[in-house]
Unconditional design. Structure first.
Length: 306
């Protein structure tokens, strides 16, 4: 009986081991089947940032970003109604057409709306129309609506009177119009340092380069348009108008203070008198014979040069 009980215990233990082996084998088989099976639907977790960040980074946006022009416009400041922008086109007269005279003048208001745009018939014979730049031909200046120089100058003068004038290389435009304008009322985009292209601050930039850098637009591919150039100069001014006006106010205040100091000195003369009184001049040593000695002569020369 004792022997029979031992065998029964061994068989029971063996059966238990076999059951465990079968269970483990079944689990491994099911795992293999699950791994090889193709899911009917992609797991939603693959679209979570934590599991699929690379795909999200490279994914293109469904909404197009703002264009460069829209971005630049959004950064343009508000401009006073007292601001206008101007540009002129010139043709050549004289030998080889080297001298420039007015052939077109354009003025836009603070919103960029054209308030004056006219072709001008020069008094002198045109020897170079510079058509490849200006787009102006003989037929253009022979047209019925072309203004005489004096009329165009008078119209432009009336529009610019008392206004802040914006433009690019305005010295050429005012020279062509034969007009003067207060320097404090001129905003020249080619001279304003903060508008210079970074890394090229010492170079005077063209309007084309400034438009490409700051406004991300291409202008003057072929012939120039004085209305377009006026508007571009105005937009460049609008980008920096707050800084520009602060700098102008500071410069004007500094200039007034210097003028007041100069006026006080000229009227009263006190600084000069005080300086003379403060400098005590000792008499030069004289030798027995009444002549200045060598040391005294050196001191005299030093005082004279001072």
């Amino acid at each position: 009986l004792k022997h029979t009980g031992v065998h029964a215990a061994r068989r029971s233990a063996t059966m238990g081991v076999d059951v465990l082996k079968k269970l483990k084998k079944g689990a491994r088989d099911r795992q293999k089947q699950d791994d090889q099976a193709v899911p009917k639907h992609e797991p939603c977790a693959r679209y979570f940032v934590s599991n699929n960040w690379k795909n999200l980074v490279s994914r293109k946006g469904s909404v197009a970003p703002k264009t460069a022009e829209e971005i630049s416009v959004s950064h343009e400041g508000k401009v006073s109604e007292n601001v206008v922008a101007m540009d002129c086109e010139m043709v050549g007269v004289g030998v080889d057409g080297l001298r420039s005279v007015l052939a077109r003048v354009s003025v836009v208001d603070h919103n960029g709306t054209t308030i004056f745009d006219a072709f001008v018939r020069p008094k002198e014979e045109v020897t170079d129309y510079r058509t490849w730049i200006t787009g102006i031909t003989k037929a253009t200046l022979d047209g019925p609506r072309v203004l005489l120089e004096d009329v165009a100058r008078q119209r432009a003068s009336e529009l610019l009177q008392g206004k802040v004038v914006v433009g690019h290389a305005l010295q050429n435009d005012f020279a062509a119009l034969n007009l003067d304008h207060p320097l404090t009322m001129i905003r020249d985009t080619c001279r304003f340092r903060p508008l210079r292209i970074p890394g090229k601050e010492k170079m005077t930039p063209s309007l084309k380069r400034l438009a490409a850098h700051w406004l991300h637009i291409n202008i003057q591919d072929g012939q120039h348009d004085s209305v377009e150039d006026s508007r571009i100069a105005l937009r460049l001014y609008r980008l920096k108008c707050s800084l520009w006006e602060r700098m102008m106010r500071g410069a004007m205040r500094s200039g007034r203070q210097e003028d007041e100091q100069d006026d006080d000195s000229d009227d009263e003369g006190e600084p000069v008198e005080e300086e003379v009184e403060a400098r005590k001049v000792e008499p030069l040593p004289v030798e027995k014979d009444g002549n200045l000695g060598k040391k005294a002569r050196a001191q005299k020369r030093k005082r004279e040069t001072a």
